[in-house]
Design a protein around this ligand. Structure first.
Ligand code: NDP
Length: 461
């Protein structure tokens, strides 16, 4: 038994911190965890979970419209924002309770306070001194406040978007990543006049071109305004309380809210990192090795605060590797390769592996299999939206390098495609697989002929 109060002290009760704390406590280690706000972190409290609930809410108007083709008459629907917020809050409170209970049942001590490092083994936790043999920092990140933007103080971020007192009649959203695109669809679906302002050529810069273009076109067809090659230069509060968003192009857009979604930054300020000697990088992220260990021997960090891949399942995986390495004597390096991901836009994106452009840079010969079709559910509804599926295949080994889907349930498909790509399956394995019929996903195993080939970066027909 060491002289420290705890074997492990976890700072931060989000997805990564809670998983690590719970597992370590379950192994009989003396564990404490500090959380200054609410257990569950960004994902549960003001991220993935409430976002997905809002996505569902925002899809109903289209479901009501689509019902007519199937014979239903739906009376004119109406929407009540406070009901959605209240029900969302109840669900979040339930999940938060489960997180807390999991920790308690495993035997971890809970501190509802901010923790700061005083030295590598000592923390100030809400005014109390606590010592620990090992310390894990999992304090996550927060929206980039974009302080360089005049009028940024009038803007909201994803955090506030979940609890607006009322829905604005119009919103301007800056950014072209996950959050901007998902919220543009949510607000539009809930009836808000929505404009997306993105600095680059096409939204979702890190995704496959085909999906980006098709999603852009579909969002515009729904009525979302997308302004590429533009940025906000200032946001001004007018006498009537409305905001005026000034753009570099000279446009001025009036809106009830302006939301900034231009990335998230690590929460490393005022944590006592300097006192403990923990090194940080250019954006304030904690620098770690492949096992999530910092430069200080007994201090680890994982999740968004390390700014490796800002995704909940990644933080959870990092936490499990940490526990294997540190408490189970089984050194396990974090594996960030081939991560399946979804953008809950409308239609949804599900994707894993390399985009066509990324693959073309790394492989001499590629085969691209591509299908664009109207999904069956849209035949009777009359909705014109297309579904897009694409496999990027190494022409030499036949390994499937990238699988990309745009359309209903694409996120669910990405999870299973993720297994195939992680297992390094080939196109022949896909071809050998029997289709599930009738489904949209069957297209993934029935694209027998390449749509085109790419050799040394050039499309060859
Ligand atoms: P992203 O990194 O996805 O996107 C940031 C966007 O902001 C990009 O379009 C970027 O442009 C743009 N941008 C960056 N700096 C500026 C600037 N100074 N002025 C104007 N535009 C700028 O971040 P998000 O905030 O959307 O999300 C944060 C992270 O959260 C994501 O990376 C993701 O990992 C995670 N997340 C995951 C979700 C999911 O799994 N479904 C959902 C929501 C978030 P450019 O492309 O040109 O760099």
């Amino acid at each position: 038994m060491s002289n420290f109060d705890y074997d492990l002290f976890v700072i931060g009760g989000g997805s990564g911190g809670v998983r690590a704390g719970r597992l370590a406590a379950g192994l009989g280690k003396r564990v404490a965890i500090a959380e200054e706000y609410r257990f569950g972190g960004t994902c549960v409290i003001r991220g993935c979970v409430p976002k997905k609930l809002f996505v569902y809410a925002s899809q109903f108007p289209e479901h009501f419209e689509d019902a007519a083709g199937y014979g239903w008459t739906v009376p004119k629907p109406s929407f009540d924002w406070p009901t959605l917020v209240k029900n969302k809050d109840q669900e979040i409170a339930r999940l938060e309770g489960l997180y807390r209970k999991g920790l308690e049942n495993a035997g971890a001590d809970i501190f509802e306070a901010r923790a700061r490092l005083i030295d590598p083994h000592t923390l100030d936790v809400g005014g109390k001194r606590v010592t620990a043999d090992k310390i894990l920092i999992a304090v996550g990140g927060r929206p980039n406040p974009h302080e360089a933007l005049p009028g940024h103080e009038h803007c909201i971020f994803s955090n506030e978007a979940f609890d607006l007192p009322e829905l604005p009649s119009a919103i301007v959203i800056e950014g072209g990543g996950y959050i901007a695109v998902e919220f543009a669809n949510i607000f539009h679906g809930l009836g808000v006049d929505t404009t997306l302002v993105y600095r680059g050529k096409e939204i979702l810069s890190r995704f496959d071109q085909d999906l980006r273009r098709e999603l852009h076109a579909t969002m515009e067809a729904k009525g979302i305004k997308i302004l590429c090659h533009d940025i906000l230069t200032s946001v001004e509060k007018q006498a009537d309380g409305k905001l005026a968003a000034h753009l570099k192009s000279g446009k001025v857009i009036e809106a009830g809210q302006v939301m900034l979604a231009i990335g998230r930054i690590p929460n490393t300020q005022d944590l006592g990192l300097e006192a403990a000697g923990v090194e940080t990088g250019k954006t304030g992220e904690i620098l770690v090795d492949g096992f999530s260990r910092t430069n200080v021997e007994n201090i680890w960090a994982l999740g968004d605060v390390t700014n490796r891949v800002q995704l909940t399942p990644v933080a959870i995986h990092e936490a499990m590797c940490f526990v294997e390495t540190v408490f189970k004597g089984n050194p396990t390096e974090v594996d960030h390769d081939t991560i399946a991901t979804a953008v809950f836009s409308q239609p949804e994106i599900g994707t894993v592996g390399l985009s066509e452009d990324e693959a073309a840079l790394r492989f001499d010969k590629l085969e691209v299999y591509r299908a664009s079709f109207r999904p069956m559910r849209h035949t009777l509804s009359g909705r014109q939206e297309k579904m897009l599926m694409k496999l990027v295949v190494d022409g030499q080994t036949r390994r499937v390098l990238g699988a990309h889907v745009l359309g209903p349930d694409a996120g669910e498909m990405a999870q299973l495609l993720g297994i195939s790509l992680k297992a390094r399956l080939t196109k022949d394995d896909f071809d050998r697989t029997m289709a599930v019929h009738p489904s949209a996903a069957e297209e993934l195993v029935t694209m027998y002929q390449p749509s085109y080939r790419i050799e040394k970066g050039e499309r060859v027909g």
